[in-house]
Design a protein around this ligand. Structure first.
Ligand SMILES: [Zn+2]
Length: 222
């Protein structure tokens, strides 16, 4: 799945460049064409109002994930990775049950939601497309550059983090890293607690990072 998406995106880029150059040629000339690398032009194109990729209702980015839509108030429509580069995965803990997390992510007043929730039994639910900027990190640039994964449970309960949860979350993170070329290391796979400026502590001291990173590494190698 990842390889297909990446292939399609790069195959399209030449065709898109012609149209893009026509539309923003004026701006490019004013700034000086040399200053605008091809890469930046591509980012400008995807930030133009009304420009977005076609979408299929109910489609998910992770095979086997169940789709439950979050409230559009809890994310911003985007066209990642064309408008924003994705180079981080942020690990969260819900501080509540799966049902409560789904409920608040569907609540427009909540002002936050993550792309995925992984349940205790390992089932994965996707609520926001990876194309879009989910409000999960409490930091605008980290929201724009990351995919957020919630885990059902409580930071202060070691028992929240089950074998099934670690295994399927690791597979999910491995596919995200593969899709966007994110290095599988602790600089790029981080906890909410490590987002600059946050006052959140998740995933907390019971989250076994060594184990998780080993599982992500193993899933990435497949
Ligand atoms: Zn969090």
């Amino acid at each position: 799945m990842g390889a297909t998406r990446a292939g399609a995106a790069s195959g399209d880029s030449d065709r898109r460049l012609g149209r893009r150059a026509l539309l923003i040629g004026g701006a490019a000339a004013a700034v000086g064409t040399a200053a605008l690398a091809r890469d930046e032009l591509s980012h400008l194109w995807w930030r133009l109002p009304g420009v977005e990729k076609p979408r299929v209702a109910g489609a998910v980015d992770f095979r086997g994930a169940r789709w439950v839509a979050a409230s559009p108030a809890n994310y911003r429509r985007a066209d990642r990775p064309d408008d924003y580069r994705i180079d981080r995965v942020v690990v969260h803990v819900t501080q509540g049950s799966y049902r409560t997390a789904v409920k608040v992510f569907q609540d427009p007043a909540h002002e936050a939601a993550a792309h995925y929730i992984v349940r205790k039994d390992g089932r994965v639910t996707q609520l926001i497309r990876e194309l879009d900027v989910a409000f999960h990190a409490g930091n605008r640039s980290y929201n724009e550059r990351s995919v957020g994964i919630e885990h059902e449970g409580f930071v202060e309960h070691a028992s929240s983090f089950t074998d099934a949860m670690y295994a399927s979350s690791a597979r999910l993170t491995a596919t995200i890293c593969g899709r966007y070329g994110i290095p599988v290391d602790r600089e790029h796979i981080i906890g909410h607690v490590e987002v600059p400026g946050t006052d959140h502590t998740d995933p907390g001291r019971y989250w076994d990072w060594d184990r998780y990173m080993r599982l992500v590494g193993r899933a990435s190698a497949k």
